[in-house]
Write a protein that binds this ligand. Structure first.
Ligand code: NAP
Ligand code: 8YV
Length: 323
């Protein structure tokens, strides 16, 4: 690619680190600036050789990728890439990269924060103080505690392990479910999710989104978790059958839930919002300036590696580096 600046389409926000990192080396076409997307994309179809996907709910479907016959690389922001049909990309010679590892500790911190908030009702207690109710009576003792809980991790990958390490430090027993047992992990492994749900009282969900995990936290799993059960979802809204969860919470078939992710973000079900005994975060797992900068930089570095003719730094498993 020596001497020429490849044309790259930016889908999503004009994040400063991404724009500043790419513009010296590529010609960046910013879809977000286009008043008419179709008119903007048409003349670019034969030029675009890579796409940067930055903080957007836009889906990168086969139909979208097909519009760019010279497309070689998609560099996506975030470790989760369920918004991209990576299998299709792999079958058509397009490399997809994501931003793993640089966010593990931040997301694990948030997961523990959400768990503590849900178990010990910290947001509710803060609302109580602000409402001027403390002089009237102390905030009630919480029925739930971490002291007698066992956490069943749904997913024991990079972030799952960082969460489990923190739980160990808190003295909370950990077990896990995933499709395969993890090498080098000593926590008890459950091949069947429903068996693990029956054995624990807290589920911490941190698996990828997509078809293989769609609604895996369903009515049966929630019932197995039981009336003392707490569900924490840090993964994707699609992993939990949201109507079944709402029903279980209303009927007190589980105790509470802490959710960082939702089915139709940024819209959140009114029924959940109206429940005082659940804790809802606006998808902020990795949301610090520090960690988001590192994720942005990895989006840039994956594309700059491609510009320099080098292998991608963090390709997704569906699109391994070409030999
Ligand atoms: P990872 O290292 O790939 O780990 C994924 C884990 O999920 C593995 O243990 C994997 O084990 C398991 N898994 C995958 N498919 C499964 C299935 N169908 N059934 C049961 N277990 C399954 O991924 P990661 O880096 O830890 O990230 C995990 C996910 O967290 C991301 O994909 C993203 O959706 C979410 N996330 C959310 C936030 C947030 O802000 N809330 C931030 C970052 C990431 P097996 O392959 O053996 O099944
Ligand atoms: C991102 C996430 O902020 O990395 C992920 O998978 O969920 C978050 O860290 C989110 O993807 C923003 O698009």
């Amino acid at each position: 690619m020596a001497g020429e600046k490849p044309d790259v389409l930016l889908v999503g926000h004009k994040k400063p680190v991404i724009v500043a990192g790419l513009e010296p080396k590529v010609t960046l076409h910013k879809l977000i600036d286009a008043p008419d997307k179709e008119a903007f994309l048409k003349p670019l179809a034969d030029k675009i050789r890579a796409i940067a996907v930055a903080y957007t709910n836009e889906r990168i479907s086969p139909e979208f990728m097909q519009r760019f016959p010279k497309l070689e690389q998609i560099s996506s922001f975030g470790v989760g890439y369920d918004h991209i049909d990576a299998k299709w990309a792999g079958a058509h010679g397009i490399t997809v990269t994501n931003t793993p590892k640089v966010l593990d500790e931040e997301v694990a911190d948030t997961a523990l924060g959400l768990l503590l908030c849900t178990v010990r009702e910290f947001p509710q207690a803060e609302r109580y103080l602000r409402a001027g109710r403390w002089p009237g009576a102390a905030y009630p003792l919480t029925n739930a505690t971490l002291r007698d809980r066992t956490v069943g991790m749904v997913g024991m990958g990079r972030i799952g392990k960082a969460i489990a390490r923190r739980l160990e430090a808190f003295g909370v027993p950990v077990v896990y479910h995933s499709r395969n047992p993890q090498a080098g992990v000593s926590y008890k492994y459950y091949p069947k999710l429903v068996d693990m749900a029956r054995a624990v009282d807290t589920l911490m969900v941190i698996v990828p989104g997509g078809t293989s995990t769609q609604n895996m936290i369903n009515k049966e799993v929630l019932e197995a978790l039981g009336p003392n059960g707490i569900l924490i979802n840090m993964a994707r809204g699609s992993v939990v059958d949201e109507p079944a969860l709402i029903e279980a919470l209303k009927a007190k078939r589980i105790f509470s839930a802490g959710l960082d992710v939702f089915v139709k973000e940024p819209q959140v079900s009114k029924e959940l919002i109206e429940m005082d005994h659940v804790v809802l975060f606006p998808h902020l797992g990795s949301g610090s300036v520090y960690t988001r900068k590192a994720m942005d930089q990895l989006v840039v570095d994956n594309l700059l590696a491609w510009v320099g003719g080098k292998p991608p730094l963090t390709p997704v498993p569906e699109t391994p580096p070409k030999k």
